[in-house]
Write a protein that binds this ligand. Sequence first.
Ligand code: NAP
Length: 258
Amino acid sequence: MSDELFSVSDQVVLVSGGSRGIGRELARGFVQRGACVVISSRDAESPREAADDLGGNVHTAVCDVSKPDDIQRVVETVIADHGRIDTLLNVAGVNQRQRAEAFTVDEFDFILDINLKGAYFMAIEVGKHMLEHGAGCQIHVDSLNTYSPLKGVIPYAMSKGGLQMMTRGLALEWGPRGIRVNGLAPGFILTDMTRKLWSQPHMNSWGINNSPLERLGEVGDLVGATIFLASKASAFMTGQTLYVDGGMSAGTNWPIEL
Ligand code: NAP
């Protein structure tokens, strides 16, 4: 990238949940712009497959974010191998759709342990090293559900609402110490997590008809905003959540004739 304002070329970037979907595509965006990227997820195989696909300066690690020991080990390994972490992309997440009263305690814990507790301890472990350096940038992937919850995903919406509050709280504590913390809230993006849902014709029409940009999102739609949040271009921004959602959060569409 020739534009220094948006450059991430000298960065070391850690992506939690980088093996597939949004995380993999964000990793690609950084690799293509010259960053050194470490992608992690629960098993060894899928990040390796992702690394082969991405090429460039990509490294892999195993880290189940629901396991605090995994988080500590992966952060220590990245610091030992690369010296620092400039940007954390906290992407790992899961969802389950059902009625509120149907969630078991185990299902609730599964979602919250990954999406909220896992994201928190990843932010903290990476944050400790960023605080030693007095610099760093964290981007936490929350959701359109933080603006307006969808029915059928209440534990997920709760986890993402908590993540947004974490983003704002860490921004307050760490801003004076050189670390910027922001959120990225994707709208409806086609990935393994969502493709089956949006392949149903009634869902597909609803999604398109309710989006001001009249389409669902692709993983590549999130790259520009993420590069912006990780670069000098957003140097005076922290504690914010960028909604990249085709305008879904702009307001409520209704079938009035105009
Ligand atoms: P995806 O295709 O299912 O990918 C999820 C990623 O998270 C995979 O890399 C997965 O890796 C990783 N992961 C899951 N559990 C993990 C754990 N315990 N530890 C470490 N990594 C774990 O989903 P996606 O659609 O790309 O979603 C990525 C993020 O964006 C999630 O946080 C999601 O909530 C958020 N989001 C998605 C949408 C959307 O429409 N797709 C909208 C708003 C927000 P392995 O399975 O290989 O471990």
